[in-house]
Design a protein around this ligand. Structure first.
Ligand SMILES: [Zn+2]
Length: 203
């Protein structure tokens, strides 16, 4: 997820993965690719697929989480990222809504599930996979999520405000859902031109 931004800001120039194999649209399920992970952009079909639960946390998952943090922090407004956004269909998300606070530690959540949602809030949202597009999105003000941490321990995260929003946004990604799917008909139509342009740039 990308935090709201006033000025136009493009995605950082993350170099593409080095090997041709990693460049393909196949999912690197059990490889440990070298080099930075490329953030997949709107129009890439992997963003519409449902990610698979992680059965075992190995060095592959740990490397994936690390790489996702690198990709998220490399984007100036990045406060959350889901594995499908780097081309891996696994249920893993990373979030750091207070990334500018040196004391902040990122959340790395495996197989996150929403336990409960409460209240309502509307705020502007963006997505690292949909650059330069933002929209006001209605989300639950509070979200309680259960997940495993990187050590395989069950944890429970209670999020309010932006954390709640980021949790919902990233878990949506694991189900092939994008924030623009929450935009109502008319506003969606207004976004269509921008989205079409993004798809064009992808092909
Ligand atoms: Zn996103």
């Amino acid at each position: 997820m990308a935090k709201r931004k006033r000025k136009k800001c493009n995605l950082p120039n993350i170099p593409a993965a080095s090997s041709q194999a990693a460049e393909s649209r196949d999912i690197e399920q059990n490889e440990v690719p070298q080099g930075p992970r490329r953030i997949r952009l709107y129009g890439d079909e992997i963003l519409r697929k449902k990610a698979f639960p992680i059965q075992e946390i190995t060095e592959v998952e740990r490397k994936l989480a690390e790489d996702m943090l690198v990709a998220m922090y490399a984007a100036p407004n990045g406060i959350g990222l889901a594995a499908p956004q780097v081309g891996v269909l696994k249920r893993l998300i990373v979030i750091d809504v207070n990334r500018n606070d040196p004391a902040s530690r990122p959340l790395m959540l495996i197989n996150p599930e929403i336990e409960s949602l409460e209240g309502e809030s509307i705020a502007e949202e963006g997505c690292l996979s949909i650059p330069d597009v933002t929209a006001d999105i209605k989300r639950a003000e509070k979200a309680v999520v259960t997940a495993l941490n990187m050590d395989g321990e069950e944890i429970r995260v209670e999020g309010e405000g932006f954390l709640s929003r980021a949790l919902q946004h990233e878990i949506d990604h694991l189900n092939g859902v994008l924030f623009i799917d929450h935009v109502s008909g008319l506003k969606r139509q207004l976004l269509r031109g921008k989205l079409r342009k993004l798809v064009k740039e992808q092909s």
